[in-house]
Design a protein around this ligand. Structure first.
Ligand SMILES: Cc1cc2nc3c(=O)[nH]c(=O)nc-3n(C[C@H](O)[C@H](O)[C@H](O)COP(=O)(O)OP(=O)(O)OC[C@H]3O[C@@H](n4cnc5c(N)ncnc54)[C@H](O)[C@@H]3O)c2cc1C
Length: 390
């Protein structure tokens, strides 16, 4: 007896925040959607804050509001950013403020688990969503349908496969897209600290000795570190005990927030730039880090991935009735809609990364003069703020 595959309009492969948001957006549009992902793990016992946090821009907030996920987040755990102070490595300084930009806030600092748990709760209430806690192991694309085989043995038939499976995307490899990677030879070291002085809802960033240190405001007197450090230095930082790490961060941040106490263990994430020659193939679309990987110095990777989701959902919702979801014309609309935003952020983040990681006095003079110039030009500042606000 042959078993018939389960059939869906869309199968989302990958359960990072981008994949779960994509599955929710498609299911809320009434499409029969399958999600291949684990459930949210929650915080480890005793942890006060997740060490994975994201600076989310207004575009991400708007999408999550539309999906009624933002409203479910515990407000007391959201950290607004009203100001941003950036320090060069030769006394140059830049200040961005929500007040000057006439926006309620520059970004929200949100813990990964907080959003994931709210997404999981919303997904569980979706009658058109089927959740498989399995990985995709095989996929074939035919003219009328695509098929995904799961690690649990089931086969799913679908009109569209959404590859939301991250920087090492398996879906991307199966669809034959070419990916180019430039390794920054840096690791993003993340950890959370309790600060002696109030952060004043300000995000701080120091460019220092070819590395970048950011302290982002969490609720109350806590801050979250993202230190983009050379790989070997990052390994040394991660190996330190909490007090030694706090002392290093205090020194690198010029004791701006006074004494720091490390409250979550440090974790490291290798940093690179990845470009993909196409976002779509017959019956396949890539979203999130599967489609693009950028340096976190502007805190934009997740925002970019969530904008992919918004664009894909828009194209699908507004499609002509005679087209199915895997129609190449439809998928090309999605690709065209995303090209400019992705390219712009790749150029900005890669350019800044190169400028600030170049050693030598000439490079230092150029970057600090550039910062002073931007600081004195309201138009240039406004452009940077609007790029960061998404
Ligand atoms: C240090 C650091 C700080 C950052 N800070 C910010 C920030 O402040 N703001 C911001 O916007 N962005 C930030 N980013 C970027 C952001 O983390 C990423 O862009 C985002 O997490 C990508 O999400 P994703 O869902 O696309 O991929 P991932 O989170 O990588 O999820 C992919 C998922 O797919 C699963 N998967 C893989 N293969 C399969 C398979 N075959 N079958 C099923 N599942 C599979 C994986 O297990 C994983 O769960 C930061 C990045 C770093 C490194």
């Amino acid at each position: 007896m042959t078993s018939h595959p389960l059939t869906f309009h869309a199968v989302v492969v990958g359960g990072g925040l981008v994949g779960k948001t994509a599955a929710l957006a498609l299911a809320q549009s009434g499409l029969r959607t399958a999600l291949l992902a684990p459930q949210a793990a929650g915080l480890p016992p005793g942890a006060i804050f997740d060490s994975r946090i994201y600076a989310l821009s207004s575009s991400s907030q708007t999408l999550l509001e539309r999906l009624r996920v933002w409203q479910a987040l515990d407000r007391s755990r959201l950290g607004p950013v009203f100001d941003m102070r950036v320090f060069g490595d030769a006394h140059a300084e830049l200040h961005f403020s929500a007040f000057q930009a006439s926006v309620p806030q520059l970004a929200w600092i949100v813990e990964s688990t907080l959003i994931e748990q709210a997404l999981d709760a919303a997904l569980r209430f979706q009658p058109s969503l089927s959740w498989f806690e399995a990985r995709a192991q095989g996929m074939t694309v035919e003219e009328d349908a695509a098929f995904v085989t799961l690690s649990s043995g089931e086969t799913l038939q679908t009109d569209l496969i959404v590859g939301a499976d991250g920087a090492h995307s398996w879906v991307r490899a199966q669809m034959g897209a070419k990916m180019e990677r430039r390794d920054y030879r840096q690791t993003g070291v993340v950890a959370n600290f309790k600060a002696e002085r109030p952060h004043g809802e300000t995000a701080y960033q120091w460019f220092r000795d070819t590395e970048i240190i950011a302290l982002l405001p969490l609720p109350g007197d806590h801050v979250s570190l993202v230190w983009s450090a050379r790989t070997q230095h990052a390994d040394e930082l991660i190996a330190l005990d909490p007090a030694q790490l706090a002392a290093k961060v205090e020194e690198a941040s010029q004791r701006t927030l006074g004494a720091l106490e490390c409250v979550t263990p440090a974790q490291g994430f290798p940093l690179g730039l990845q470009t993909v020659d196409r976002l779509v193939a017959p019956r396949v679309a890539l979203v999130g880090d599967a489609a693009h990987l950028i340096h976190p110095l502007c805190g934009q990777g997740m925002n970019l991935g969530l904008r992919d989701v918004a664009a894909l959902a828009d194209v699908i919702v507004n499609k002509e009735a005679f087209r199915d979801l895997g129609d190449p014309i439809l998928l090309r609309r999605y690709e065209r809609a995303r090209r400019e935003d992705i390219q712009k952020l790749m150029i900005v983040t890669d350019g800044m990364q190169r400028l600030f990681s170049a050693p030598g006095t000439l490079a230092r003079a150029i970057r600090n003069t550039g910062m002073a110039f931007v600081g004195a030009q309201p138009l240039a500042k406004r452009w940077l703020v609007s790029a960061a606000l998404g």
